[in-house]
Ligand binder design. Structure first.
Ligand SMILES: [Zn+2]
Length: 247
């Protein structure tokens, strides 16, 4: 029953995250005006906006003009619901779960904006910094020093890479990783960095080999950071113990 409630909350939050993903890059308000069809401009009724269900019942099309609706909308809702449920399963009810849910929401919004527009808006970084500081104060799981170390290692390492490589990675990635470091503390920050380099590197090589991207084409790194941070929260401790057991 608890899992069902968390899943439904995830779907509803996911629906709000869709609004953030669409509007924040253009500097638009996320609370006004109410949702409209991007094609015909007709205002949506409440029963057109039920997460996932409306998309399925309307056959993935606008109720008025029958224009196709992007499957990214229900995908974002489902991803949010699944990640919230996984975090709840892993962490139980409490501050740590709320902190992870806020972090996951931020990761989803930044990842999808970066995929679509190749930018990471500063307003989201500022929100992440503020939320990270608040959660470091109220959640006793790691010290302030640990959070600051995570911030410095996460941002510092990527900044070094940006300065050395001149391209490939952008300033947005540096700020994004610093915010994640603040949330996770230095240990899980290292796990996040490791997973993102491995997954990003393999994907980059595959894209080059299959000819989908040239050597000079930019590949947004933000999504890899986002996915890796989720993995670090959900199974980072297990990975750290496995690694330490090797010695
Ligand atoms: Zn329409």
């Amino acid at each position: 029953m608890q899992y069902t409630i968390v899943f439904i909350i995830g779907l509803i939050v996911g629906s709000f995250l869709n609004v953030c993903i669409c509007r924040i890059p253009g500097g638009l308000s996320i609370t006004y005006p109410p949702s409209r069809c991007t094609e015909c401009g007709k205002r949506l009724k409440w029963y057109h906006m039920i997460p996932v269900a409306s998309f399925v019942f309307l056959g993935g099309r606008c109720a008025y003009c029958r224009e196709r609706i992007s499957p990214v909308y229900p995908a974002v809702e489902l991803i949010t619901a699944v990640l919230y449920t996984a975090a709840f399963h892993r962490l139980g009810a409490g501050v740590l779960f709320i902190k992870s849910a806020v972090l996951f929401s931020l990761l989803i919004v930044i990842t999808f904006i970066d995929l679509k527009e190749q930018i990471i808006p500063d307003s989201l970084i500022v929100f992440g910094l503020a939320a990270g500081i608040v959660f470091t104060i109220i959640d006793g799981s790691h010290s302030f020093k640990d959070a600051v170390l995570g911030f410095a290692i996460g941002g510092g390492l990527l900044l070094t890479i940006v300065l050395l490589s001149r391209g490939g990675m952008g300033g947005g990635d540096v700020k994004f990783m610093a915010v994640i470091g603040l949330f996770l503390g230095w240990r899980l920050t290292l796990v996040t960095l490791f997973i993102s380099f491995v997954t990003g590197g393999i994907t980059g090589i595959l894209l080059l080999l299959t000819g989908k991207k040239g050597r000079k084409d930019p590949v947004p790194f933000g999504p890899f950071i986002g996915i890796s941070a989720v993995a670090a929260v959900l199974c980072g401790q297990t990975l750290i113990s496995l690694y330490l057991n090797l010695y």
